[in-house]
Ligand binder design. Structure first.
Ligand code: F6R
Length: 365
């Protein structure tokens, strides 16, 4: 059942190119409008929407953090991403002009379901992105976007996460075309980049050896830090969560610009820091962050896009992922981070498919 792999997690990491392809097929094709079967929102519905919430828990929440950047940039609507357990108890401002997007692999998470029901009761239009056909959330939402990741057995989410981001990307494209905030040509360009993702993810899987090596040198550490800006910050958050869950190493992610506002006090000689630096526009800012931590003795593993090999001058190890649209880099750059947490856990002898204290589906608060 593990198809020759040692664990479900590593099998599911390798299934990501297919999961992404399956999630795109039948929905996007060059020269055609986006086709979304169970999403009926119209141009008229969209005209009155002045606020979008993306609400979820854990990894699904981090997919939502990326979704905020993509929807705001493409569809020009203000988006707020929140964790479901906070959202449900904070009296959020919701009315019939609100679009609520909940993201849940299982479609059953208690807090996310409660947030969905609250939004529905307050008159919002409710959309769900889920991996389970006929799940409670799929039954209760107005619109449903199924991720076709296939069953995810490992407790730590990998292939569901990347397909959640792809779903949000496709949704952003759909909303943007309905609203006319991007041109047909821009839409085609974005689609081309989306369709090229499976191959780029496949390529990112090739970095196993470098990652394994970095893991074998660092698995004994107590703390690690992850830095990024923009969508790279979202990737850093998810990378840190994966490492915590799988290897029980304390990991914190920060937005690069926040470093000076406190976290830098924690950097000492030998502290490992993972830097995600895929964003062209703010690449130099990340290089400054790297200098700030290496000056204090940090050991840096950096992730950049091909063409930025100059980063090697400032770090201990560097890895390159293929270039894509700046909003789509998280789908590719998370892959080496998933592998990193997997190999760290293996080095430490942890149960990768069933980390301690965790459950696959959290149906109680
Ligand atoms: C982390 C992980 C969890 C889930 C979270 C939400 O690897 O799997 O953080 O993402 O419990 O679960 P769903 O998506 O089923 O609502």
């Amino acid at each position: 059942e593990k198809g020759g792999y040692e664990h479900f997690m590593i099998k599911e990491i390798h299934e990501q190119p297919k999961a992404i392809r399956d999630t795109m097929t039948s929905r996007i094709a060059l020269g055609e409008d986006v086709k979304l079967d169970n999403i009926e929102i119209t141009k008229e519905d969209l005209e009155k929407i002045n606020k979008v919430y993306i609400v979820a828990c854990g990894t699904a929440y981090y997919a939502g953090v990326v979704g905020k950047y993509v929807i705001e940039k493409m569809a020009k609507i203000s988006v707020e991403t929140d964790v479901a357990s906070e959202f449900r108890y904070r009296d959020p401002l919701i009315d019939e002009n609100t679009l609520m997007i909940v993201v849940s692999q299982s479609g059953e998470t208690a807090d996310t379901l409660a947030a969905l029901r609250l939004a529905k009761k307050s008159g919002a239009r409710v959309m769900v992105i889920t991996n389970v056909v006929g799940s409670t959330m799929a039954r209760e939402a107005d619109d449903v976007f199924y991720t076709w990741a296939g069953p995810e057995i490992a407790v730590a989410s990998t292939k569901a996460y990347v397909t959640q981001m792809v779903a949000l990307d496709i949704l952003a494209l759909h909303l943007a075309r309905l609203k006319g905030t991007i041109t047909k040509e821009e839409g085609e360009e974005f689609k081309k980049e989306l369709l090229a993702l499976p191959e780029k993810v496949e390529d990112a899987l090739k970095h196993k050896e470098v990652i394994q090596k970095f893991a074998s040198k660092n698995y004994h550490v107590k703390d690690m830090f992850f830095l990024g800006r923009g969508v790279d910050h979202a990737v850093a958050l998810e990378g840190a969560l994966k490492l915590k869950e799988l290897s029980y190493i304390h990991a914190e992610a920060y937005a690069g610009g926040e470093l000076k506002h406190g976290p830098i006090a924690l950097i000492e000689d030998g502290t490992p820091v993972v830097v995600v630096a895929t964003q062209e526009k703010i690449f130099d800012k990340m290089v400054s962050n790297i200098k700030e931590v290496t000056t204090r003795g940090a050991k840096v593993l950096a992730f950049a896009t091909e063409g930025h090999e100059e980063i090697e001058k400032s770090v201990n190890s560097a890895l390159y992922v293929q270039k894509t649209h700046p909003l789509l880099t998280p789908v590719v750059s998370i892959v080496p981070l998933q592998l990193f947490s997997y190999y760290m856990a293996l080095e430490k002898g942890c149960d990768v498919d069933k980390p301690r204290n965790l459950a696959k589906s959290v149906t109680v608060e």
